[in-house]
Write a protein that binds this ligand. Structure first.
Ligand code: FAD
Length: 246
């Protein structure tokens, strides 16, 4: 089938219209101030809130876990980006002129971000550069710079089973404590059994908090194993296949 194309000759009116259009365009460009056009789109604002480049926060509280050689630092700001329990913050530090970062899992409930709050728990690493410095220098009122919440170590309903067994030792409890809080606060919904290895009863991090959550919430169970002590109500030794299969 032959194409029917209607070709018209461009006439004087077309040229006149074109000139009018260019003149108008130049008038609008000239009348517009030479500054960035700012438009606020709610979706961009939301993305910035969820994924800030960095977050400046104040240390509002320091909790000493003397028996475990660790301290919990509570950070507070007007806003804190929401996180999935299990994620970490990358903490920016300048120590004797060296600029560095260290990741620390968030140990608090995701619910507390509504009040602009996170907590991290730092344990002293023998000869550790950053942990030593943090534990000896950070105090309430100091300002810290942290990243947005990072990492994929969180419960994902589509991927993970309803029943999760967590194996933790020492400060490795922090992401699971946050998950336990999240289950208690109904931000997450799965059954969590934490097998938590510590050296002695006195050195167990967050024992009271974990026991209180387990008492309050039947989806969270905590089994303590002590490697350097035999006590009633505790497993003895390192976490092994026998303890896991129980
Ligand atoms: C995702 C994630 C989450 C984490 N969450 C937590 C948390 O909640 N709480 C927590 O306390 N920690 C956590 N950590 C660990 C934390 O980030 C730091 O690694 C820890 O605090 C030690 O840092 P540091 O600078 O004190 O030690 P570093 O100075 O980095 O030293 C680490 C170890 O390496 C040894 N070492 C250093 N240099 C050398 C060398 N040249 N040769 C041989 N050995 C050497 C040191 O003696 C030390 O034992 C987490 C780590 C990751 C990856």
């Amino acid at each position: 089938m032959a194409l029917k194309i209607n070709v018209k000759k461009s006439g004087f009116a077309d040229v006149k219209n074109l000139v009018k259009h260019i003149t108008e365009k130049n008038r609008v460009i000239k009348a517009t101030p030479a500054k960035e056009v700012s438009a606020v789109f709610p979706i961009n604002e939301n993305a910035k809130r969820l994924h800030p480049d960095y977050q400046k926060m104040a240390i509002s509280k320091v909790i000493d876990h003397a028996g475990a050689g660790a301290k919990t630092y509570v950070f507070k700001a007007d806003k804190a980006a929401y996180f999935r329990a299990g994620q970490y913050l990358s903490v920016a530090l300048t120590i004797d002129g060296s600029v560095l970062t260290r990741p620390y899992s968030i140990s608090s409930s995701p619910d507390l971000t509504k009040d602009g709050e996170y907590a991290i728990t730092v344990r002293r690493t023998p000869n550790g550069f950053a942990s030593d410095w943090i534990l000896d220098n950070w105090k309430a009122g100091d300002e810290v710079t942290v990243s947005e919440p990072l990492g994929n170590f969180f419960y994902e309903e589509l991927r993970d089973c309803d029943d999760v067994i967590a194996l933790a030792g020492g400060s490795g409890i922090t992401p699971f404590l946050s998950m336990a809080y999240a289950i208690r606060d109904k931000a997450e919904d799965f059954n969590l059994t934490i097998l938590f290895g510590s050296r002695t009863e006195d050195s167990i991090l967050f024992k009271d908090e974990l026991d209180a959550i387990a008492k309050e919430c039947d989806k969270v169970k905590v089994v303590h194993a002590l490697s350097e002590e035999e006590r009633d109500g505790f497993e003895h030794g390192f976490i092994n296949a026998d303890i896991i299969s129980k």
